[in-house]
Design a protein around this ligand. Structure first.
Ligand SMILES: [Zn+2]
Length: 299
């Protein structure tokens, strides 16, 4: 476990970021990180509250002589997206993140780093803790469960904040200022199907799509990255049309806000030359019956 990031400047910020990497904090499991943030408020003798939605609000009075400035709210979220590479043994409920310095970047070994939004939380805590900064009335808002439904932000009581200007510290691009957002939409689609026994002449195959880069479903959606679910579905449809493939199970993607990296399916396909391999499900112009069935794709 590397502690290199403790050497980075400004120390007041990276010290908090390091401690945040040591606190497992997937969405919905924010008790410990919430306590960490509240501890900073207690240590700095600042007023704080935790609301019913699990959000933390900390208030820091203005520096002497700056009381009449407009109040500023620094907004961040407590949770992080827990994603790991296949083959990485990591339990996001209990294991700390192994952050390391790689050139001019801070990265994590085999997992997401949690810079979204750990660096925002660290920045807000650094401002709360700093005795060197001069500022008007400050509030820091740490919302709960941002990555899995924004229930903290949605549950924030109207009037809970006093500041006039809210700065959302949950952006990934330095030097860019966002003044709006397109929003998001969750969908739940249900289909019904009737099962059937595997016909004679079929054999079972396991199909994997893996090795994709993944990414954030919002921030990275314009980068043209492969979506394992889409690739799998195209492959299965082609298998169905050309070879009469029958699907037994399918499971792809792991989070609603991450581009799926992997997908797995169990299917049955007719053996070459079997009666089933010449069924009428074959589309016109497709491969002849003797061609081998497509079993796997990698991207
Ligand atoms: Zn975020």
């Amino acid at each position: 476990m590397s502690t290199d990031i403790l050497s980075l400047e400004p120390k007041i910020l990276w010290n908090h970021f390091y401690h945040l990497t040591q606190i497992p904090r997937p969405s919905g499991h924010e008790e410990v990180v919430r306590a960490y943030v509240v501890d900073v408020a207690k240590r700095c003798e600042l007023k704080w509250l935790v609301d019913e939605a699990g959000n933390v609000i900390i208030r820091k009075p203005a520096t002497a002589g700056m009381e009449n400035l407009r109040g500023v709210v620094l907004q961040t979220h407590l949770d992080m997206v827990p994603q790991k590479n296949a083959g990485t043994a990591h339990d996001f409920a209990t294991d700390p993140i192994d952050a390391l310095i790689d050139g001019e970047w801070v990265r994590a070994r085999g997992t997401t780093l949690g810079a979204d939004n750990g660096i925002g939380v660290a920045a807000a805590l650094a401002v709360l803790e700093s005795s060197a900064m001069r500022h008007g009335p400050l509030e820091a808002l740490f919302t709960a469960n941002e990555e899995a439904g924004m229930t903290g932000a949605l549950g924030l009581e109207p009037g809970a904040l006093r500041g006039d200007i809210l700065l959302n510290l949950d952006s990934e691009d330095e030097g860019e200022l966002f003044i709006g957002c397109a929003g998001g939409l969750d969908g739940t689609m249900r289909f019904s199907y009737s099962g059937e026994p595997v016909p004679p002449g079929y054999f079972g195959v396991e199909i994997w799509v893996s090795g994709l880069r993944g990414g954030h479903s919002g921030m990275d959606i314009d980068l043209g990255r492969g979506n394992a679910n889409k690739i799998m579905n195209r492959l299965l449809r082609m298998g169905r049309e050309r070879h009469g493939l029958l699907l037994a199970s399918i499971d792809g993607g792991s989070l609603r806000n991450a581009i799926p990296r992997e997908s797995a399916a169990l299917a049955a396909i007719p053996s070459a030359g079997s009666a089933a391999s010449t069924t009428s499900t074959r589309s016109p112009g497709s491969a002849p019956a003797s061609s081998p069935p497509i079993l796997a794709a990698s991207a």
